[in-house]
Design a protein around this ligand. Structure first.
Ligand SMILES: [Zn+2]
Length: 145
């Protein structure tokens, strides 16, 4: 049931479903107000409305909690160690295969370490002034094992 609700919430059908439930609530309230302009709720209807509101809040909380759990899982998958040396960002995590690799300190893209670390994005264009690949290898060798 939870998976069904998650898929329903992620589908484009959520907009018409929310709109229909809002319109239905408006129609019911309008009917209850009646000609007199005063809201006349019997204890049974008031209890039903409170229970429906509680169920709605509970389901919204459930959806929010499922997003929170997904976010925590994604954080663990993308968790990285970060060190900054000589103006270069070095990262180590799952996407680097557990190896320290240089990253562009400006746009955070993986730097091209083949000759010297420079940003592969021509729009960014970051490159260190005097750094050569051997110096980068020495820095990586001094990073935590
Ligand atoms: Zn860059």
């Amino acid at each position: 049931m939870n998976k069904f609700l998650q898929k329903l919430w992620q589908s484009p059908a959520k907009v018409p479903l929310v709109s229909l439930s809002t319109a239905a609530t408006g129609i019911v309230l309008n009917h209850l107000i009646g000609q007199s302009g005063k809201v006349e709720l019997t204890p049974t209807i008031a209890t039903d409305m409170l229970l429906a509101l509680g169920a709605l809040l509970f389901s919204v909380g459930g959806v929010a909690y499922s997003y929170y759990k997904d976010l925590e899982q994604l954080k663990k998958v993308h968790e990285e160690e970060v060190q900054v040396r000589n103006g270069i960002v070095f990262k180590r995590g799952k996407r680097t295969g557990g190896q320290w690799m240089p990253f562009c300190p400006v746009c955070e893209m993986p730097a091209d370490p083949t000759v010297y670390p420079k940003c592969p994005d021509p729009k960014c264009g970051w490159q260190p002034t005097v750094m050569v690949k051997r110096q980068v290898d020495e820095i990586i060798a001094r990073l935590p094992p």
